[in-house]
Design a protein around this ligand. Structure first.
Ligand code: ADP
Length: 625
């Protein structure tokens, strides 16, 4: 971990004096970094091994910047001093001897020392490893720099830490927080951090009670963090080592603590972001690397250089804000928010817009089609209801027209019943009544009653009202016979001879029986009307059924010997209100056509060569037989 402890201000002041005097002498040192006609050699010293992200990020960033600025014309060397695991002086001396030997023929022109340990190391061993080199450092703050008693000309990119600003950011996010828990481990570095934090946070807020949680085992840290309430701000400085002596990469210890914490956790390092920290006020290690490289580039170019401060910024992790229900709006101005999942809308705005417009347009078309379909269905159902009403009116009219003959027909069985009843009464009054004869008479009464009932049933059927079509499968011959039954008395009354030529086999069709019967009655009554002028012996009404050759349709025809139809009227007689009769409505044939078409058929009229008209309709055969 890069050293960042804060030291007393007197040392800070002496450090500044050192830096000032160093800056004055910088020009002379720059001049000594002669590279002649070869590319400059730069040695980057890492204090630990390659796993410590803080220093490796600074180093990688510096390398990238150097390569970019020189167009690759730089010889870069990296050495990992591994001083965390080998802090002993013997190791340090061995390392120094090794590097002095290693670089005998390629003395660096510039050394970039990352972290406090690397800087101390190179300062102590400068003569043997890189006697002519300029030294720039990075990765620690000005207070630490002051403790190093840096010689003239050694300058660096200072990473200043301001733990107070991290806490202020936390208070901004958690305005109702009552407690502040500051956590640090047992390493020297950790302890120095705590000491600096105690000083800096002494007067952070009167409403907030501050607790320092330090010198515990990692499990105890986790336990304590878990017990914190959401009205607490937790700040993890570093846990490089715990009380039991276990070493940690600080972001890993933070990760364990933050995962279990009962309160939002903040920290002063950018490397904590993505490992459970809500955020903090940090210098990024990338920008520290870039700043160190900037100094190195200027130094190699012979320009005067002096200490720079690595820019700092507020950073936050959007996922942690969400986890703790904290608002992005409460972040300090300019805060950099990471891990914010871009919404689909942000990523595919144009595509979504285009698709939405398309879907909307499609939906509108679909909705309008559905509405249109509903309107049509409603209109169709209304039209069907009206039609059924009209057909019923037509039925009533037919019943009215036939009522005289039906009443006449009904009179016959009723009259016979009366006569037979009187006969039975007379027979019963005799001395020795002929019981056999009386039985016969009573049987006749029963038969006549049956006949009367049938006539009434037919009449009722004729007047049956339909709310909906009653689809049935039935034999067209049967319906034809029932219609003939209804009008045979009327035919007799009008001296019309009715004859039938029916197919031997049944003619199944699917329709409403009452409707087809009505069509037949309409055609037959029209035919009888047309024969009024014919002489009485010449009035013939012929019903005929047939199946067409392909056995797909059945045909029913009604022929008469009447007046026939004028040729030019053959097309218009089916139009509504076309009539040639003084009391006609002109509706019978138009209703017949609508009914036949509803059941998938066709109706038409012709004149017969021998005189009179013939009306035919075809309907689909329900079963192919
Ligand atoms: P309406 O019977 O009330 O006149 P229709 O629609 O049933 O109404 O008939 C329309 C017209 O078609 C009749 O007025 C008549 O002129 C003619 N017509 C119908 N059937 C025959 C037929 N069998 N012979 C001659 N003309 C007919």
């Amino acid at each position: 971990m890069v050293r960042s402890s804060r030291m007393p201000s007197c040392q800070k002041a002496s450090g500044l004096l050192c830096l000032l005097s160093g800056a004055l002498l910088a020009a002379a040192s720059v001049g000594s970094a002669q590279v002649g006609d070869r590319v400059p050699r730069v040695l980057i010293l890492y204090p630990y091994d390659e796993r410590i992200p803080a220093t490796t990020i600074i180093g990688e960033s510096a390398r990238a910047r150097l390569l970019e600025a020189t167009g690759g014309k730089v010889d870069l060397f990296s050495e990992f001093l591994d001083l965390a695991r080998f802090p002993e002086k013997r190791h340090i001396d061995r390392m120094a001897r090794y590097l002095a030997e290693k670089y005998t023929d390629r003395r660096p022109d510039l050394v970039i020392a990352l972290g406090e340990e690397s800087t101390s190391f190179i300062l102590e061993n400068r003569e043997s490893i890189a006697p002519q080199a300029r030294i720039v450092f990075g990765g620690f703050d000005s207070a630490t720099a002051a403790t190093l008693h840096l010689p003239d000309g050694v300058v660096g990119a200072l990473m200043e830490f301001d733990i107070r600003k991290t806490v202020e950011m936390a208070i901004g996010l958690q305005s109702s927080a009552k407690h502040l828990a500051v956590i640090a481990g047992s390493a020297e570095f950790d302890k120095a951090w705590i000491a600096a934090a105690r000083q800096d946070l002494a007067s952070v807020s009167q409403n907030i009670e501050t607790t320092y949680i330090t010198d515990l085992s990692i499990d105890e840290f986790v336990e304590r963090a878990a017990a914190l309430g959401p009205d607490t701000i937790a700040v993890v400085l570093t846990v490089l080592r715990d009380r039991t002596g276990r070493n940690f990469i600080p972001r890993h210890s933070l990760e364990r603590i933050a995962a279990a914490a009962g309160a939002p956790v903040y920290g002063p390092y950018s490397t904590y972001l993505g490992h459970g920290a809500v955020g903090g006020y940090v210098s990024t290690f990338e920008s520290a690397g870039a700043a160190v490289a900037g100094l190195a580039i200027d130094a190699l170019a012979g320009k005067p250089i002096s200490d720079v401060t690595v820019p700092r910024t507020y950073v936050a992790d959007a996922r942690q804000l969400e986890r703790w229900g904290l608002s992005e709006a409460d972040l300090p101005p300019g805060a950099v928010l990471s891990f914010k999942e871009r919404s689909l809308w942000e990523d595919y705005r144009t595509e979504i817009m285009a698709i939405s417009v398309f879907v909307l347009a499609q939906s509108l078309v679909i909705v309008s089609l559905v509405l249109e379909r509903r309107r049509r269905a409603a209109a169709e159902s209304q039209a069907r209801r009206r039609l059924l009403e009209v057909v019923h009116l037509n039925q009533s009219a037919t019943a009215g027209a036939l009522s005289a003959s039906i009443a006449h027909e009904l009179n016959q069985p009723l009259g016979a019943i009366r006569i037979n009843a009187e006969t039975a009464a007379v027979l019963l009054e005799s001395q020795e009544p002929d019981l056999k004869l009386i039985q016969q008479v009573l049987a006749d009464i029963r038969d006549d009653d049956q006949r009367a009932s049938e006539i009434i049933a037919r009449m009722r059927g004729l007047l049956k009202k339909r709310g909906e079509i009653d689809w049935q499968e039935f034999d067209l011959n049967e319906v034809m016979q029932s219609a003939i039954q209804i009008l045979h008395t009327e035919a007799e009354r009008r001296s019309v001879v009715v004859s039938t030529v029916a197919t031997a086999q049944a003619l199944p069709v699917r329709a409403d029986r009452v409707h087809l019967q009505q069509v037949i009655l309409n055609l037959a009554t029209n035919a009888m009307d047309a024969m009024l002028q014919a002489s009485t012996g010449e009035r013939r009404l012929i019903f005929q059924t047939a199946v067409n050759e392909t056995r797909e349709n059945v045909e029913l025809s009604i022929s008469d010997t009447g007046s026939g139809i004028p040729r030019d009227k053959l097309g218009s007689i089916f139009d509504a209100f076309y009539t040639t009769k003084p009391a006609g409505t002109g509706l019978g044939l138009s209703i017949a056509r609508v009914v036949i078409e509803i059941y998938g058929g066709r109706i038409w009229a012709d004149n017969r060569p021998e005189g009179g008209a013939v009306f035919r309709f075809v309907l689909p055969l329900a079963q192919r037989g």
